[in-house]
Design a protein around this ligand. Sequence first.
Ligand SMILES: [Fe+2]
Length: 204
Amino acid sequence: MSNTLPPLPYAYDALVPYISEEIMTLHHTKHHQTYVNALNAAEASYAKASTPKERIALQAALKFNGGGHINHSLFGRSLAPSAAVNKGTGGVLKDGPLKSAIEKYFGTLENLQKQFNATTAAIQGSGWGWLGVNPSTKALEITTTANQDPLLSHAPVIGVDVWERAFYLQYKNVKADYLTAIWNVINFEEAEARYLEAVGGSKL
Ligand SMILES: [Fe+2]
């Protein structure tokens, strides 16, 4: 039952210049750790709760901190050091099933990025932008969730954190610049693995 902070598969400065070392360090060691700690506390309280009322009172904490843990675990693996600065493979969409699906549903990667960024920038308050697989149609679709709600309507392929803490230290209030920059560090290899699992129907 005890949840733990998963390590990032790269160093805190590995996403520079697109996401700063300070943001990555705080985001992982402080914010994500806090969700893990609070989720563990809520789960422990839930296990001890003896009445429906006590259990119901814990629902919000379980959802918020559980969602925060799920979303940030996914986000950490959604990113990779950028090929644009010769650090890794981030931002590179190779020929393959995911690229074919993106072209089928969005025409081009550039078009997907434009639609994703416009939809995600329009989130009021804090939330997440998602590229996901519709479990009924297997189509790739863009959607958003509020606060730390995890994506339940689709199987997540790419998730982008648009809470201000994800970008404010570097981009201040210019969310659009953050959203433009982040495509340079998207881990499309991870995204393709998730896409294939989703369309394979094995674990939606
Ligand atoms: Fe975050």
